[in-house]
Each structure stands twice: as C-alpha cells, then as structure tokens.
Ligand binder design. Structure first.
Ligand SMILES: [Cu+2]
Length: 432
C-alpha cells in the first residue's frame, strides 16, 4: 500500500515503501489516458459533427464535454509530470520534492492541485451539461440563455486553472499569494451562477413534468447551491483559516460532488438508459430511489456543516463526547443512504434482466438527435449520416422544424455511414 493518503504528498511519498511506486505509476498512467481521452473528445466534436450541426445547435451536454476535454488535455499533463517526478525522486536520485537536497515539497502540492482543482470541474462540467440537457425536455420550453450556459461552462473551465492554491492556504505558502487566489476562487461563482440563471429562466412559468430524471436534475440545483455557497465561504482566507481541515470542508465537498454531480449523473442514467439499452426502468421504484436518496443525503451531510463548525477535525476515528449524538445521526443516515443505492441496484437489475419493459423510441418526447432513432440505436447509430435542420431545444414552437432529416437525398452528403449495401432506412421521428 501507500501511506500518504490519496494526495501522495511529499516527503512521505519519497520515504514510503514500494507501494508508492505503484501509486505513482498507476496514477500517472491514468493521467496519460485522460490526455488521450481529451484529444479524442475535442477532435470528435470539432471535426466530426454531422452536416447542419452548427455550433449554435450543439447540445449543452456536448458543450460541457468540449470544455471538459480542454481540462483533460491541459490539467492532466501536470499530474503526469508530478508522478514522473515522484518516480525519479524515488529511483534516480533526483530531488524535485526533497527539501534537504534543494527541492521543495511544496512543488508537489502545487503540481498536484494544479491538476486537482480542474479535476473537480472535470466532474462538475458534465453534470452541468446533463442538467441543461434535461431542463428543456421536462419544462417543454427552449433552454433559457443557451449562449449564457455555454459561456458559463467556458468561464468555469478557464478560471479553474487559476484557483489551485486555495488548497494550500494553511500549508505555509507565501501569505501574499493568498488574496489573489481568494479572489480567483470567489470569481468562479460567477460563471457557475450562469448555470443557475439558465435554470431559473427555464423553470420560469414552465409546466414542469416531474419525471425521475427531472427530479434528480432539480435536486442537483438544491444540493449544488449548498455546496457552492459553502465553497465561497471556504475560499475566503479568514473563514478558511477557521474551517480548514474540519468536517465543514467534508460537508462542502460532498454537497458539490455527491449532492450535485452524482444526482445529475443519476438523472442522466434514468434519462438515457431507455435509449442505451432499449429498456425502461421502473419509474415508481425510481421515484422511491430519488426521495430516499435526496432525504438521506441531506440528513447525512447537512449535520456535518454543524459538526465541522463545532470543531471536529477530519481524518480522526474518535469524536468529542458532545458531538456523539450528531455523529450517530450522521452514521445512521449514511446507512440509509446506502439502502437507497440498493433500491437503485434492485431496480436496475430487475428492469434490465427480469421485467425488460421495451422502451419506445422517444419516451420523453425529446428533440435530441439520439431520440430520433430506435432504442437501442442500430449499429453505427444512423443508417445515413443525418442532416441537422434545427436546434435541440425548440420546444413549444409549433413552427419548429424537425430536428434532423434522417434520410437525406443522395448527394446532400458525401457518403453513407454503413456503406452502399445498407438498404434499411430509419424513418424520421415524427415529432408533434
Ligand atoms: Cu480547489
């Protein structure tokens, strides 16, 4: 094993046993795969869009993956470099992170968090994309502020490279650096706020369909708001000096990553699984899963804000006497949260293996390109390369064009995807 915790800080990482080599090699290799995935995503989106898929018609989830792709290729090389330096410090007598030999253990923290903070947004941006994708479908309205949402994602991505030292406020860095990183961290709430603005505008006067995916998308905004606001508080140096290393930070992080993104990802699973597998998950069980997860999540992590403010530090196995009741409450809630996951697994297994209720082509009446073909999609997704005619969010407009021509006349596009032999055609989704 490795004795450093997940961050692998020097000098412990240099002094550790052989397990550390595994850590550095495997983590570095993962960095390489992240870089390659990033190039793949960026090149695919820029070069392989279907005819008519203009930038102004790109689905928000694709925008989110494009910005995430840039984070992949710009942040992960620094991680790979840091891991490479650990390996050479341990094997080739270099001294990048060894203070006594002229290196600096702070250098590692800088490299790690230069990757580590954008990494948080590598998780966050696809979640933003998923909820932006779900809102228009279940409000039956165009996405409010399409450009604002895309700009917000780019703003988050760019700013995420200028905040990393907020992880080092209390580590003894030069105090003159702290106001700058406090400011950049607080600034990131502005492009994040764009996403909330887009959501509020889309919800405004909408007839909301409370389907399982939509419930998860709405919970994302509730939970992520708590995570985001506590993050603004933590980015403030005086406040961070108090709350650093406490359960308050734990509560903040779990509200963003779990309360925000895991909820968004579950929304995405319930939304896209009928397309991916051609099978509908049981909606009643889905709603039970949602409500148990939403209630027990909040009952697990909300008290941790209080526990942290009352002084409980992270990474201890013993709690102060006066905090025992709260900690017991949190533990019981956490087990119930685990049970809510069992409900999901039960639903997933029963729906896909036992009940196998066939999903229609377009169960949500969505305009996304993927919903215009059968569930699950045929090999190659489209028999012919479709020609995109309109944007994906033009709901409520009786004059809106169908989203794509799935069987364009020969000559409109250069070639068919599955070759000349393909004779079966998919009929265009008849969109009411
Ligand atoms: Cu950070």
């Amino acid at each position: 094993g490795f004795p450093t915790g997940w961050t692998g800080y020097a000098p412990l990482s240099i002094q550790a046993g052989e397990g550390m080599d595994s850590y550095a090699f495997a983590f570095g290799l993962m960095g390489v795969s992240i870089i390659l995935a990033g190039f793949n995503i960026i090149v695919t989106i820029i070069c392989y869009r279907a005819p008519g898929m203009r930038w102004s018609r790109l689905p928000m989830f694709v925008w989110s993956m494009l910005t995430t792709g840039f984070l992949f290729v710009l942040a992960a090389p620094v991680l790979v470099g840091g891991m490479y330096m650990i390996i050479t410090d341990r094997t080739a007598q270099t001294a990048f992170f060894i203070n006594q030999l002229g290196g600096s253990s702070y250098l590692y923290q800088d490299l790690f968090w230069f990757f580590g903070h954008p990494e948080v947004y590598i998780l966050a941006l696809p979640g933003f994309g998923i909820v932006c994708e779900l809102l228009p479908v279940f409000t039956r309205k165009p996405l409010f502020g399409y450009k604002i949402a895309a700009a917000g994602m780019f703003g988050v991505a760019i700013l995420s490279f200028f905040v990393w030292q907020h992880h080092l406020f209390m580590s003894g860095i030069n105090p003159d650096m702290r106001p700058l990183f406090m400011l950049t961290t607080e600034l990131i709430s502005i492009p994040t706020g764009f996403i909330f603005l887009v959501a509020l505008g889309t919800f405004w006067k909408a007839k909301i369909r409370l389907t399982v995916p939509m419930l998860f998308a709405m919970a994302f905004f509730v939970n992520f708001l708590f995570g985001g606001i506590s993050g603004v508080l933590l980015s403030d140096v005086p406040a961070d000096t108090t709350a650093h290393g406490s359960f308050f930070v734990m509560a903040h992080f779990h509200y963003t990553i779990m309360g925000g993104l895991i909820f968004a990802f579950f929304g995405g699973i319930y939304y896209w699984l009928p397309k991916v597998m051609g099978i509908t998950m049981n909606q009643r069980l889905g709603k039970i899963h949602f409500w148990t997860m939403f209630i027990t999540f909040n009952s697990t992590f909300m008290p941790l804000f209080a526990v942290g403010m009352l002084g409980q530090p992270r990474r201890v196995f013993e709690y102060a006497r006066n905090l025992e009741t709260l900690n017991d409450w949190v533990s019981i809630s956490a087990f119930c949260l685990g049970v809510s996951m069992l409900i999901f697994i039960f639903n997933f297994v029963m729906s896909t293996v036992v009940w196998r209720e066939r999903a229609p082509q377009n169960p949500w009446q969505a305009r996304g390109l993927e919903w215009q073909i059968s569930s699950p999609p045929p090999p190659g997704n489209f028999t012919h390369i479709p020609v995109v005619l309109a944007g994906p969010y033009e709901y409520g407009d009786p004059n809106a064009l169908p989203v794509a021509d799935l069987n364009p006349p020969a000559g409109v596009i250069a070639g068919a995807l599955t070759g000349a032999g393909a004779s079966t055609t998919t009929s265009p989704g008849s969109e009411a």
